[in-house]
Design a protein around this ligand. Sequence first.
Ligand code: ADE
Length: 247
Amino acid sequence: MRVDVVTIFPEYLAALDVSLIGKARRDGLLDIRIHDLREHTVDRHRTVDDTPYGGGAGMVMKPEPWALALEGIAVAGAEAAAPTAPQGARPVLLVPTPSGTLFQQAVAQELSTADHLVVACGRYEGIDERLFEWAGEHFDVRLVSLGDYVLNGGEVAALAMIEAIGRLVPGVVGNPESLVEESHSDGLLEYPVYTKPSSWRGREVPEVLLSGDHGRVAAWRHDQQLERTRARRPDLLPGDKTAPPLA
Ligand code: ADE
């Protein structure tokens, strides 16, 4: 999978050199490239923002540097695409923003099958809305939020999303079985886990886990998943009254 990230803070993305994602890059499973938006400005001050039309606080990112950056990436991506890539498949443009739809495991799963992902990290009050209209002609545009809180920009969200997506790309996680039994993969939270020693500071590992009875272990784990989900995330359970009503 190819991933291009556009940001005014390329150094933020250094974490993508580390751990599993870093190894996947070195192994050639993930081709991640970081681009400095300011390289696509044309003025002496390398300006990427301006005041909002209609007034109000903060600054808005200008559309032109973004269009120049994204155009270059779309062209390079199309040229580099494997001959086996589906003809005419548009790259996904992922835009982290608190006003996007929720980025969930199912979204990560879906995006993990994309050939080319482009992540646009906005700052300030966001990017001029016309950029997204324009980008829709060239990209499959997805505005996505990590959750109902506000970060200073898209970089931290981009790191989270690239990790969530990248680890689902075949080969990135060594043991694919570990992707099956984790929180959210089956709509429930993960069961509690324990390791040695079986007795620690007066606390015992639940007896069932030492029993060697795989059927009992599986049933206990499923009960724990339900109990945990009911206690911590009742909104994930069917028929939950705390879930927001569907529009
Ligand atoms: N940028 C700022 N806040 C964000 C959030 N909650 N999710 C995604 N991108 C963001």
